[in-house]
Ligand binder design. Structure first.
Ligand code: SF4
Ligand code: SF4
Length: 389
């Protein structure tokens, strides 16, 4: 299965590190610059429909838009991301809290999370470094000795007792992702919608057992380092979490809780080492937002948080490309060497990547040569029967 190197060794942090300010994400920066125009590109898809652009037919666009249906929340503590119990799973007062060992808690929570929709579920301690210092509107996020978390006009309060984080990877389909960058790449929207349902449902399950739970999507904390720390994968050159099961084809959601849980082991090594030999995403990124060369401590702009040793992608030029193409991009998901359909031959290659890294250069070269990651023909999407991938 390959060796497992502790998270701290793979993701060393220097003294520059400070909690990231949510006002500095590329989304927030562009919102400050463009105001209501921030997401105007999503309206321009209709111009492409009128011009007959492949992948921008009326069904293609409605397919992507409708995938957002259950993503109906407005950030932290709204919708199924509520920090309050939803009143769906309620135990009678006379039934005591379900309190077992951390191993038993982890076993049950993992299986429930997978049933509710996660590909994988990992556990880690609450590491405050990954919690935003402020949310995207500038409200400070603090920890206090309170039983339940809350948000008021002044601050966002996470209880000190929430010492455990459950991180879940949510699937994105290989087939639909292969149509990126067109609206048929519906998997990003669908992933966000599934995150909302899965995290909210798991939080309610935990509350029904008598514990507190705060479900989050992309709000409140940095998902990628939390997921790596919870053993779900490693941080790749494209800045995404890369998992052994689904490559980068996952979204990430998390639940903070006071229920004691085990720390998950690190994911098997091999992904970062492979990215060191492979620059395919950097080469194919249309906005050249993904760096070549080794990992560094050098951020590209204020949307990067300096401190960790990693590949710093330019999230701002990436977001600009979304405006240009008028839909989300996801080319770096489609092109990644770890993005593969399910199959024995790909499992064998992964075994070699974990155990014989000397062959990484060969596999990176042949992946390109064999044409993996090519865009599927959007004109044919609706003519083939649906297949879950
Ligand atoms: S989403 Fe597209 S533009 Fe952004 S980093 Fe990936 S390939 Fe580049
Ligand atoms: S395309 Fe290659 S370098 Fe980029 S994230 Fe995937 S494996 Fe790593």
């Amino acid at each position: 299965m390959g060796k497992r190197i502790p998270f701290e060794e793979y993701y060393p942090i220097n003294e520059e590190y400070k909690r990231f300010d949510g006002r500095k994400t590329a989304f927030s920066i562009k919102r400050q610059l463009l105001g209501a125009e921030t997401f105007s590109y999503t309206k321009k898809v209709w111009d492409k429909m009128r011009a007959g652009a492949p992948g921008f037919s009326h069904p293609d666009i409605s397919f992507k838009n409708a995938a957002n249906t259950s993503d109906n929340h407005d950030g932290a503590n709204t919708g199924y991301y509520s920090w309050e119990p939803l009143g769906v799973s309620v135990k009678p007062d006379e039934v005591p809290r379900w309190e077992k060992t951390p191993e038993e808690h982890a076993k049950v929570v993992k299986k429930a999370g997978q049933y509710y929709g996660a590909v994988n579920v990992g556990f880690t301690k609450m590491d405050k470094r990954w919690i935003y210092s402020h949310d995207s509107n500038g409200k400070p996020i603090v920890f206090e000795d309170v039983e339940t978390g809350y948000i008021n006009d002044e601050k966002i309060v996470i209880p000190e007792s929430h010492k455990h984080v459950i991180v879940m990877t949510i699937p994105m389909e290989f087939n639909e992702n292969s149509y990126a960058p067109t609206p048929i790449e519906v998997t990003s929207n669908m992933g966000y919608a599934r995150m909302h349902v899965t995290a909210g449902t798991l939080a309610e399950f935990i509350r029904g057992l008598g514990w507190n739970a705060i479900p989050c999507g992309n709000d409140t904390a940095l998902s990628v380092p939390m997921a790596a720390q919870a053993g779900l994968g490693h941080v790749g050159r494209n800045g995404r979490l890369i998992t052994w099961e689904n490559g980068p084809l996952v979204r990430i959601c998390k639940v903070f809780t006071d229920m004691p849980l085990l720390q998950s082991p690190p994911a098997p090594s091999g992904i970062i080492e492979f990215c060191e030999s492979c620059e395919k995403c950097a080469k194919h990124c249309p906005s050249q937002s993904i760096p070549y060369g080794p990992r560094t401590y050098d951020p590209q702009n204020e949307s990067n948080n300096p401190g960790p040793l990693k590949w710093y992608c330019n999230e701002q030029s990436c977001f600009d490309y979304w405006h240009e193409v008028t839909t989300g991009c996801s080319i770096c998901f489609r092109m990644c060497n770890f993005t593969k359909s399910k199959g024995l031959s790909h499992d064998i290659v992964k075994w070699f990547i974990r155990n014989v890294p000397q062959l990484n250069g060969f596999f990176a070269y042949t992946d390109e040569l064999l044409g993996y990651g090519k865009m599927s023909d959007p004109k044919k999407y609706w003519d083939t029967p649906f297949e879950r991938s």
